[in-house]
Design a protein around this ligand. Sequence first.
Ligand SMILES: Nc1nc2c(ncn2[C@@H]2O[C@H](COP(=O)(O)OP(=O)(O)OP(=O)(O)O)[C@@H](O)[C@H]2O)c(=O)[nH]1
Ligand SMILES: [Mg+2]
Length: 251
Amino acid sequence: MPPNWPRRLPTAPSARIAPTAPGRQAPAAAVDVVLPCLDEAGALPGVLAGLPGGWRAVVVDNGSQDGSADVARSHGATVIAEPLRGFGAACAAGLAAATAPVVAFCDADGSLDLGELAALVDDVRSGGRAGYPVLALGRRRAVSMRAWPPHARLGNAVLAGQLRRRAGVQLHDLGPMRAAPRQALFDLNLRDHRFGYPLEMVLRAAAGGWLITERDVTYRPRIGRSKVTGTVRGTLAAVRDMRRVLAEVDC
Ligand SMILES: Nc1nc2c(ncn2[C@@H]2O[C@H](COP(=O)(O)OP(=O)(O)OP(=O)(O)O)[C@@H](O)[C@H]2O)c(=O)[nH]1
Ligand SMILES: [Mg+2]
């Protein structure tokens, strides 16, 4: 196993999920939306307000200091406290806690509208060729330059080009908004617990014969402080993690 990869990402519904009060058992959700979250208290109310009816928001917190967990809970989300730091670890914990047949992912920073996930979920439900699963991705269409800084757009375009050549997938963006069948996603056995997780998902899905689809989604300036592409440190960490995944995953 590569040195930076964890021995074990969460694999089962987590005991760290806040219990539901007796007599208030929520009906099973049609879609579980996993929202990795690090200090997004300012954005969460607006993000969660966009959740389509009958879906469940699963906010995975990694030690936020701004009360994000309480804000998420008070706006109806299921909250998971994941002790293993990192974007991928948070996504994996959310997936392990999911019970709906379809699982979606989205950032919790207010840059994306959960309502736009509905079309991606329709693509997942339509299924792929010969019963193969569908991974539906949102292609970000920025409303302004501030929503998506030039260095982040460029890095993303280069990465998408590499993916097209490497995996033959006709993608233009490796964005955070996505949806797929829960069990098939779980069976991909993703290992990266940092910023390589979204790339590893696409590479392993492509290698497994999945249909990978892409639809435009609106991308707005985030609310609050950037952790990844808006900072030099975050961008370098993302590039490092993606390069490692590209080198280590065969497809
Ligand atoms: N749980 C958890 N969430 C994280 C971590 N790092 C980032 N996030 C969340 O993951 C999502 C994506 O992070 P962002 O900071 O929005 O990164 P980005 O979209 O690449 O760039 P900006 O929007 O410019 O910051 C947000 O909801 C963050 O709160 C982490 O280590 N743990
Ligand atoms: Mg963001």
